[in-house]
Design a protein around this ligand. Structure first.
Ligand code: AMP
Ligand code: ZN
Length: 146
């Protein structure tokens, strides 16, 4: 497994270098599996990125043991942000694929503090789903899962 992960690692991956301490970053948390850094282009004060130290391109490649630790770590970071920065809440955002807004192809999770009267950031315009469309879409996804 270790070897497979090593094979996936791209020597030019900037987040591999940051996560493993080869490039300096504003690190707010570190353990044997993750480094959490402040984003250089923050959506709000305290915007942080959870970086696994091993390279995974996106969520579909992510090891399950690593995945299992991300939400608890996101909660820990969110709690610390509320206490230290006084944010009212926070968003957990994770992009997969260029069309979904992913720009760095080393899996990462955004923790974005949200402040009272702050700008709307993570939003979409809801459409009205037709029952037939929901049924067809549901069938297509269920088929892929079976
Ligand atoms: P995504 O669009 O989900 O791939 O997010 C990539 C994020 O990484 C963006 O929010 C960038 O501002 C941030 N970013 C890119 N390079 C660096 C860097 N060297 N240090 C910190 N954050 C970075
Ligand atoms: Zn990487």
């Amino acid at each position: 497994m270790e070897k497979e992960i090593e094979d996936m690692k791209d020597e030019t991956c900037i987040f591999c270098k940051i996560a493993n301490g080869e490039i300096p970053s504003e690190t707010v948390y570190e353990d044997e599996m993750f480094r959490v850094i402040l984003d250089l282009g923050p959506a709000s004060r305290g915007h942080a990125l959870i970086l696994p130290k091993d390279h995974y391109k996106d969520l579909c490649q992510l090891d399950e043991k690593v995945a299992a630790r991300i939400m608890p770590l996101a909660a820990k970071m969110g709690r610390a942000m509320k206490e230290s920065l006084g944010c009212a809440g926070f968003n957990v955002v994770q992009n997969n694929g260029e069309e979904a807004g992913q720009t760095v192809f080393h899996f990462h999770t955004h923790i974005i503090p949200r402040y009272e009267n702050g700008p709307a950031m993570v939003s979409w315009t809801p459409k009205t789903a037709q029952p037939e469309e929901l049924k067809e879409t549901g069938e297509a996804i269920r088929k892929a899962l079976s």
